[in-house]
Ligand binder design. Structure first.
Ligand code: PMT
Length: 400
C-alpha cells in the first residue's frame, strides 16, 4: 500500500560519523520519505551539501541567511513541515545547545521551532561522552521527550576505545519510523503511575527502604505522556528528573503515597502501581536521632495499608488496574495470586532474585499475567517494557 510521504528533517553536525548519515538519508529516501537535510557549518567540513542534495533531490540548508526556496521564513517552514527531526550524528556541542534552548544556527533554530518529535543520535569522543555535563544535557533532552538513540562502544575515529560511536544506521532508522507511527492511543485518558520505593522513618536520619530506583515507573509515566495521556506520577524518593509533561508528586512514606494515590484514583482511567511500597513501618518514630547507647534491641513494626488491594476492592474506581509483583520464587504462581487477591486486570511479574535485572537496573525480564493467560517477555530495556505494557493496557481500556 502506498503511504503518504512523511517529511523528515535530518540534522547533520560536525563529527566524523557524518559520512554515515549518507546511509541514513538513503535509507529514509528508500522508505518513501521526503528528506530535507540541514547541516551545521562544521558538518560541511566532513561531507558536502552536494552529497545530500544528490541523495535527497532536495535543497540542503546550512546558513540562516541563504535564499530560502520560497518566500516563507525558512527555519519556521522547515520546522512546521517536519514530521520528525532527527539529528545524526549529534555532537556534544549541539546536544548542549539543544538542552539549553540555544538557537544560533539553522539546525538548532529549526529544532527549537519544531513541534515534531526529536530523535538525537549522539556521536563523540568517549571522554566528552562521559563528562557529567554531557550526561546532564542528554538527561535534560530525554526528560523533555527527545528520543536518544544510544551511542555504542567500540574503537573511535580518534583511536580511543569506549562509548561514543554513532548507533548503527538501522537502529536510527527504526527510531525515526517508531516516532512516525507513534500512536496517541492514550489521548484523553488519565493515567496514574506509582514509582520508586517508599522510606519508612525510624528517626529523623534513619529509615527502612528498598532498592527501587524509580526507572520503571518513570519510563511508564513518560511513555504514557508521549502517547497523549494526562499523567500523574506519584513517586518515592528517586534521583531521576521529572518526566516531561507529567504531574509529579514526590512522597516518602507508604502512607503519603496512599494519600496521593487515593486523591487521584477515582478520576483515573488507568492505574499502574510499579512502586515498591514498604509493607511495614516502624511502630514508633523517634523524634530525635536515636543514640547508639539508647538503641533498642528490636524495632517494632506495624503493617502499612496495601494501596493496590484497597484500589482493587473499591467500587468507585473504574480504572484498568495494573499491579506489579516482585518475586524471588514461583514467579508466575505468586503473580497470579496477586492478580486475584488485589483485584487487578493485569500483573507485571518480575523475578528480583537476579541482581542484574529488576531493582535499579536499566533492563528487566517480565511476565504479563492476566485472567486470559501469561506472556513471557525477553530481557528488555525498561522503556521497551513500558511500551509493551501500555500497548496491553490500552487494549484492555478499549475492550471494556
Ligand atoms: O524502580 P526500579 O529500580 O526500576 O525497580 C522496579 C521494581 C523492581 C521496583 C518493579 O519492577 C517492581 O517489581 N515493583 C513492585 C515492587 C513490589 O512492591 O512488589 P510486591 O510484590 O511487594 O507488591 C505487589 C503490588 O502491590 C505492587 O504493585 C505494589 O506497588 C503494591 N503494593 C505493595 C505493598 C503495599 N503496601 N501497597 C501496595 O500498593
Amino acid at each position: 500500500m502506498e503511504r503518504d510521504p512523511k517529511t523528515i528533517v535530518v540534522g547533520v553536525t560536525g563529527g566524523i560519523a557524518a559520512y554515515k548519515t549518507c546511509e541514513l538519508v538513503r535509507g529514509l529516501v528508500k522508505r518513501g520519505h521526503r528528506v530535507k537535510v540541514v547541516m551545521t557549518e562544521a558538518a560541511t567540513r566532513f561531507v558536502t551539501p552536494l552529497t545530500f542534495r544528490t541523495l535527497t533531490s532536495e535543497p540542503v540548508t546550512v546558513s540562516m541567511w541563504a535564499d530560502a526556496p520560497d518566500a516563507r521564513i525558512h527555519h519556521i517552514s522547515l520546522a512546521e513541515e517536519a514530521d520528525v527531526v532527527v539529528i545524526a550524528p549529534c555532537t556534544a556541542n549541539v546536544i548542549a545547545k539543544l538542552a539549553h534552548g540555544r538557537a544560533d544556527d539553522m539546525l538548532t533554530t529549526t529544532a527549537l521551532a519544531s513541534e515534531a518529535p526529536l530523535v538525537v543520535a549522539p556521536a563523540m569522543n568517549v571522554h566528552m561522552w562521559r563528562k557529567p555535563v554531557t550526561a546532564g544535557n542528554v538527561a535534560t533532552l530525554r526528560a523533555r521527550g527527545a528520543v536518544i538513540v544510544e551511542q555504542v562502544s567500540g574503537e573511535l575515529a580518534c583511536g580511543d576505545v569506549g562509548e561514543g560511536r554513532l548507533a548503527p544506521v538501522e537502529v536510527i532508522l527504526e527510531a525515526v519510523e517508531a516516532e512516525l507511527v507513534r500512536v496517541r492511543d492514550l489521548a484523553g485518558l488519565r493515567v496514574l503511575v506509582t514509582a520508586g520505593g517508599t522510606r519508612e522513618p525510624i528517626d529523623p536520619v534513619r529509615f527502612i527502604g528498598n532498592r527501587s530506583s524509580g526507572k520503571t515507573g518513570f519510563a511508564i509515566a513518560e511513555e504514557a505522556a508521549r502517547r497523549g495521556a494526562r499523567v500523574s506520577l506519584v513517586t518515592g524518593p528517586s534521583a531521576l528528573p521529572d518526566p516531561f509533561g507529567c504531574e509529579v508528586v514526590r512522597v516518602e512514606t507508604a502512607l503519603q503515597m496512599r494519600a496521593a494515590v487515593l486523591a487521584r484514583a477515582t478520576d483515573a482511567d488507568i492505574i499502574i502501581m510499579s512502586a515498591a511500597v514498604a509493607d511495614f513501618r516502624p511502630a514508633i518514630v523517634a523524634s530525635d536521632k536515636i543514640k547508639k547507647a539508647d538503641a533498642p534491641e528490636t524495632i517494632a513494626l506495624e503493617r502499612n495499608p496495601d494501596i493496590l488491594a484497597e484500589l482493587g476492592a473499591r467500587d468507585d474506581i473504574r480504572a484498568v488496574l495494573v499491579g506489579f509483583a516482585a518475586e524471588t520464587t514461583d514467579v508466575e504462581t505468586n503473580a497470579r495470586g496477586k492478580l486475584a487477591a488485589k483485584g487487578c486486570h493485569l500483573v507485571v511479574a518480575n523475578d528480583v532474585s537476579d541482581p542484574t535485572l529488576g531493582f535499579g537496573t536499566d533492563e528487566n525480564r517480565v511476565l504479563f499475567v492476566t485472567a486470559a493467560g501469561t506472556e513471557r517477555m525477553d530481557v528488555l530495556a525498561k522503556r521497551a517494557i513500558a511500551r509493551e505494557l501500555l500497548d496491553r493496557t490500552a487494549a484492555l481500556v478499549r475492550s471494556r
